[in-house]
Design a protein around this ligand. Structure first.
Ligand code: BEZ
Length: 392
């Protein structure tokens, strides 16, 4: 290390600089932590984006509006679930608004663009939904965390459940993009390991909801069961169309839990009895779930769903990191270390982070009863994503 010879007067100047730095440091401590929400506020996933933001804000509110002793300042970009706009949108937050933390997003294709920029700029990113396997797989990075799931996780669990139910031949159907492809990939792995066979994979472009031709094809293929990935507005339409075609009477429908989460009000009778797998359910009895549900109801006059819960946990995870550095968000190494070793007391039940920064969590089997996704049992306990391609 190079050393400088001290000249007379340097000590005083150095002292003054030290004081200024200390004052600057204190100023930085006093400044608000800038949080950039990049979420869909329009389109088929709009309700999901809003629920995530609500959940995150609820946690911060419960902490008196501060994390690690610092207030937060929010910036927002509507990503429209549009992968082609992802780079421009995330740069609005990173370059224009200079946020300290990115919170987003919902759509896997958009998340991949977001994660690329977060990696390159080393901006802390907490992904509160999008399941793109690569985010905590090949693209994993010290500054990228997820509080939700990998697309593989609920799919794999449902493959196992359906095989255990004795189904031998299944047809899959999903939107054609990363989330659907990977959800079906996880499903195939679990189903085939249990002795099942995927008869045919059907897809429809995102966010199309013209399902009629596909339903006709399913009827003629006559599989033992159908596995689907749909979410938000598309999930509402699909479940209604499946029932209207009468298929719910002859070919059992299963899905990753997004099929019936946050959607039951609109799906009504068409969803009754559906079985899905997810890392959250109605009827969990842990203490955090009770306070979270009551707090969310009081704040927003609505029941929370999985998206609200994931947003809440993104707040909790950031809170764990900021507490460790007393709000000094620029002090990334200890902040990341604290996030890595945090046990999040989540409404889903406690979870920890895998080495690749994805939750290691229980996946529940749920059954729709009225307006609830009632927990049936734990389909797989402490399921970790395989994090294929992650070199961290
Ligand atoms: C996704 O694109 O990763 C996704 C979107 C909605 C629900 C679940 C996953």
């Amino acid at each position: 290390m190079k050393t400088m010879k001290r000249r007379p007067g340097m000590v005083m100047a150095g002292l003054a600089t030290g004081l200024l730095l200390a004052a600057g440091g204190a100023g930085a401590q006093g400044a608000k932590v800038k949080v950039g929400f990049m979420l869909p506020y329009t389109g088929t996933y709009a309700a999901l984006g809003n629920a995530i933001e609500n959940g995150f804000r609820l946690y911060v509110q419960e902490q008196g509006g501060k994390l690690g002793g610092r207030e937060l300042e929010y910036f927002k970009v509507d990503d429209e679930s549009e992968p082609a706009k992802a780079t421009d949108n995330v740069n609005k937050l990173v370059k224009r608004d200079q946020v300290d933390v990115l919170v987003g997003t919902v759509h896997s294709g958009v998340a991949l663009g977001m994660a690329k920029v977060a990696r390159e700029t080393k901006t802390l990113m907490i992904n509160p939904n999008a399941g793109a396997d690569a985010v905590t797989g090949a693209m994993c990075a010290p500054n990228i965390f997820r509080t939700s799931f990998s697309n593989w996780q609920p799919g794999y669990a449902m493959g196992k459940v359906m095989a255990e139910k004795g189904h031998k031949r299944a047809v899959t159907l999903t939107w054609k993009y990363a989330a659907g492809d990977e959800s079906v990939g996880g499903f195939r792995e679990g189903f085939e390991a249990g002795g099942g066979k995927v008869q045919k994979d059907l897809t429809v472009p995102f966010p199309n909801v013209e399902f009629q031709a596909l339903l006709t094809e399913i009827a003629s293929l006559k599989p033992d069961a159908v596995y689907v990935f749909f979410a938000g507005g598309g999930a509402v339409k699909f479940v209604k169309d499946y029932a209207a075609a009468g298929l719910n009477k002859t070919i059992p429908l299963y899905g990753a839990g997004f099929l019936t989460d946050g959607t039951l009000e609109a799906q009504g009778d068409a969803a009754q009895g559906l079985l899905t797998t997810l890392h959250y359910a109605d009827g969990l009895t842990n203490a955090k779930e009770k306070t979270f549900r009551a707090g969310y109801m009081a704040a927003y006059k609505a029941e929370p769903d999985v998206y609200a819960m994931q947003g809440y946990d993104a707040g909790q995870l950031l809170g764990a990191g900021l507490a460790a550095v007393k709000g000094d968000v620029k002090n990334q190494a200890p902040l990341i270390a604290a996030m890595e070793k945090a046990t999040i007391d989540s409404p889903r039940g406690p979870f920890t982070m895998s080495k690749a920064h994805n939750p290691v969590q229980d996946i529940y089997l749920r059954k729709v009863e009225g307006k609830q996704n009632k927990v049936v049992n734990v389909a797989i306990k402490g399921l970790a994503d395989p994090a294929r391609g992650c070199k961290m």
